[in-house]
Design a binder for this molecule. Structure first.
Ligand code: ZN
Length: 464
């Protein structure tokens, strides 16, 4: 009886020990804290764990269940291990949090200069957050003096603040625009009228009324006059422009060095058969002349006339009234065409011109009213000099014989002025008259000259 008792106690004790060994919980430890923060958008990195029981390592048997979602919140990582048929659990809490600040992007510069009296017009902005997305409507805009502050908070309370600096100043000078050419040429005794001007400023707008003009033009005295236009904007920036007005003499045929000079001028060529003969005679007589050429005839005759010391001047390329007088633009296109031809042949740019029909022509009225009034001023402003004539040989009209050409010229020659003789080197009767005209001139004490840029202009009065 006593023995049975003892055995019973031993058995029970063994069972208790066995049960204790079996049911004794393992040592289950997590590395780092049991509650961890995880930044939104980053991947969870397992910090590790360890399970042991009575010196035996069960770490490898642990199964992990990750419940983390891609959203702010608190989630569990569940670690499970089964030992002797019993499952042990451990839980780690993971808080998915957002510590990232939103971003504000400004449209336009963050440093802006505007006109002193103007107000800044907001150019716009955009706010985005890594978690909330577009939060532009949450941006608060405040202004203190010249600093605009843009503030925004995301749903986790992260705040971003940026600023825009507004500087009110004007460092740009106004602009003056002159109407008409900045170099004008008028005749002695003519009246000078200011062609007009305008001034604008980036901040003040139209400030034409503030323009101050200094300088005067004495139209009764030959010379070059300067007119200065000056304007200030409200910030003290200054602009100025200058116009040059040249008062020139219409004709200085009365000046002594021009008296008794004959300018033989030949229009509308060159032409093979006539121009070359005229050049032969001029060479034999050693007399210089002026050729107002077109785009007609061979280059070689222009080249020869130039090489033999004559002036190559410009008539127009086409000499077609309907073309050259249809508009100012068309006139210049035609003129440039012959100007380029002459430059190509001689290497020299000619700025000496004669209008087809002369500046007094009325035929141009048919194509463009007032064009001669415009052109006669404009060509001077562009640096050309134009020459009409005061003796017409009429070789393009009624003078169909060399004797008529000869008589028309010599009867009009005068010792008291320069004699600008209009002829056409495309005419046979002219070719035949020219030697006698030269002989007459020489025998009667005239001298011959070619037109140069310093030859006084002989011009008609304009009729259109
Ligand atoms: Zn002509």
């Amino acid at each position: 009886m006593k023995k049975k008792y003892v055995i019973g106690i031993i058995v029970i004790s063994l069972l208790i020990i066995l049960a204790t060994v079996i049911f004794w919980p393992p040592k289950f430890s997590l590395n780092k804290n049991e509650t961890l923060e995880l930044d939104y958008g980053t991947k969870y990195q397992e910090p590790g764990f360890k399970v042991t029981k009575f010196g035996r390592d069960y770490t490898k048997d642990v199964k992990i269940e990750n419940q983390i979602k891609n959203k702010l919140g608190t989630y569990s990582i569940i670690y499970k291990v089964k030992i002797n048929g019993i499952t042990y659990k451990k839980i780690r809490k993971i808080k998915v949090v957002d510590h990232e600040k939103p971003t504000i992007t400004l449209t336009g510069q963050s440093n802006i200069t505007i006109c002193p009296l103007s107000e800044y017009q907001e150019e716009g902005y955009k706010a985005t957050d890594n978690y909330d997305g577009d939060i532009t409507d949450k941006v608060k805009v405040t202004q203190k003096e010249n600093i605009i502050t843009y503030t925004v908070k995301d749903s986790s309370g992260n705040e971003t603040k940026i600023t825009r600096k507004i500087v009110k100043e004007d460092k740009n000078a106004p602009q003056i625009t002159l109407k008409g050419s900045s170099t004008q040429t008028i005749y002695l005794g003519a009246s000078w009228k200011e062609p007009g001007y305008s001034a604008t400023d980036n901040c003040n707008g139209d400030i034409t009324n503030n323009v101050k003009i200094s300088g005067t033009v004495n139209t009764n005295k030959l010379g070059t006059y300067k007119i200065t236009y000056t304007v200030n904007d409200s910030s003290g920036n200054t602009a100025s422009k200058e116009r040059t007005v040249k008062v020139i003499s219409k004709s200085t045929s009365t000046t002594s060095n021009q008296k008794g000079v004959i300018y033989l001028t030949f229009d509308d060529g060159p032409k093979e058969g006539t121009t070359n003969v005229i050049l032969d005679i001029l060479k034999e007589e050693n007399v210089p002349a002026t050729f107002f050429v077109t785009n007609n005839g061979p280059d070689s005759l222009i080249k020869r006339a130039y090489n033999e010391g004559h002036t190559i001047a410009l008539h127009t390329a086409s000499h077609n009234y309907a073309t050259v007088y249809s508009s100012v633009t068309n006139y210049y296109n035609d003129l440039l065409s012959v100007q380029n031809r002459v430059k190509r042949i001689t290497g020299q740019e000619s700025k000496i011109i004669r209008f087809p029909g002369g500046s007094s022509n009325t035929v141009s009225k048919k194509y463009s009213k007032g064009i001669m009034s415009t052109l006669t001023k404009d060509v001077l402003n562009k640096g050309y000099r134009y020459y009409d004539w005061n003796i017409d040989s009429d070789d393009a009209g009624g003078a169909t014989s060399s004797s008529k050409v000869y008589n028309n010229v010599i009867k009009s020659l005068s010792k008291n002025r320069a004699n600008m003789v209009l002829m056409h080197d495309i005419k046979n009767q002219t070719k035949d008259a020219i030697r006698n005209i030269i002989k007459y001139g020489k025998q009667n004490g005239y001298t011959f000259a070619k037109i140069t840029m310093s030859t006084p202009m002989i011009v008609h009065s304009v009729n259109n």
